[in-house]
Design a protein around this ligand. Structure first.
Ligand SMILES: [Zn+2]
Length: 75
């Protein structure tokens, strides 16, 4: 199964979150949604999981260290 990445370094956040989650799609969506809820104060909802799923990148996109941030897309 193809592994994917959800990378908090990609987005601006108050705590400058450095977390990167890589795994199977289902695992990453779940972990990233739980992370967004517990750390970033979002409500864990089907909409949040949909949004998380739309931000997934291929595992190969991972680069170690820091990453240039992108503006968070408007909902
Ligand atoms: Zn984060």
């Amino acid at each position: 199964m193809e592994r994917v990445m959800a990378d908090c370094r990609r987005w601006p956040s108050e705590m400058n979150c450095s977390l990167t989650i890589i795994g199977d799609r289902e695992e990453v969506v779940r972990a990233a949604a739980e992370h967004a809820a517990s750390v970033h104060g979002h409500e864990d909802s089907p909409e949040l999981r949909e949004q998380v799923a739309s931000f997934l990148e291929p595992e190969e996109s991972y680069v170690p260290g820091t990453r240039e941030q992108e503006p968070f897309p408007a909902a």
